[in-house]
Design a protein around this ligand. Structure first.
Ligand code: ZN
Ligand code: ZN
Length: 228
């Protein structure tokens, strides 16, 4: 059934590469390497280069999040288009491609065992409006590809907030206070990878990390497609 559905969807909406427009794949093998990938991880707060995207020496200790693993810059046109089509035009198979990109990045940065994979939650109202939570789709692909446990609907977003595009990092953090809640038990030092599509200031990841740490989590890392 899925095959028939995707056959007709392909006829109606052929996959055109977001980079060169050639038919076949959403991101073709020639355009994929040209994406503005982040080659040098940086401190999520001051952007000084660090080894794995952890906070630098001067910023360490001030945050709950251990660091951020970022695939690409958000100003990259191909990644931006891919995320947009996935989120707002509901081309779910793009989610699989983007999830694989996240999984590959995670494999190079975190090859040790462990880590629970948790998507950044959307408020139920927002999820109902959009019809899905893009972070859940991405996180599921990451968990499957990396053979790690996937936990959703345990970290929940309980407050509905207006979009906070124009706010500074401090204002966003203030605005997000008390937005998230962990419904599970003691995390017993379990390490967590929080998955989202985009991080603008990292304030959402930080607020989630706070809640998880207060519920007993060990390291909490953010894993996002794009930053900026
Ligand atoms: Zn292309
Ligand atoms: Zn720093």
């Amino acid at each position: 059934m899925d095959f028939v559905k995707s056959f007709f969807l392909d006829l109606l909406f052929p996959r055109l590469c977001f980079g060169c427009g050639k038919e076949g794949r959403w991101i073709c093998s020639l355009c994929l390497p040209k994406v503005n990938w982040i080659k040098f991880p940086f401190c999520p707060n001051c952007r000084k280069l660090t080894i794995k995207g952890e906070y630098c020496q001067s910023c360490a200790g001030k945050f709950f999040l251990s660091g951020m693993i970022v695939c690409a810059r958000y100003d990259d046109a191909v990644i931006k288009k891919a995320i947009h089509h996935f989120k707002y035009e509901h081309f779910f198979d793009i989610g699989r491609i983007l999830g694989k990109i996240l999984a590959e990045r995670l494999a190079t940065e975190k090859n040790k065992e462990g880590f629970l994979i948790i998507p950044v939650p959307l408020h139920n109202l927002k999820k109902a409006q959009r019809g899905f939570n893009q972070a859940e789709i991405l996180a599921k692909v990451v968990a499957l590809s990396s053979d790690r446990p996937y936990l959703s609907n345990i970290l929940v977003r309980q407050k509905y907030r207006r979009p906070q595009m124009e706010l500074s990092r401090e204002k966003r953090l203030e605005n997000l206070k008390g937005s998230f809640c962990w419904l599970g038990g003691d995390l017993k030092r379990a390490e967590v990878i929080l998955v989202d599509d985009v991080a603008t200031t990292g304030a959402t990841l930080e607020e989630c990390a706070k809640v998880l740490k207060k519920s007993g989590a060990g390291e909490v890392w953010g894993l996002v497609l794009a930053h900026g």
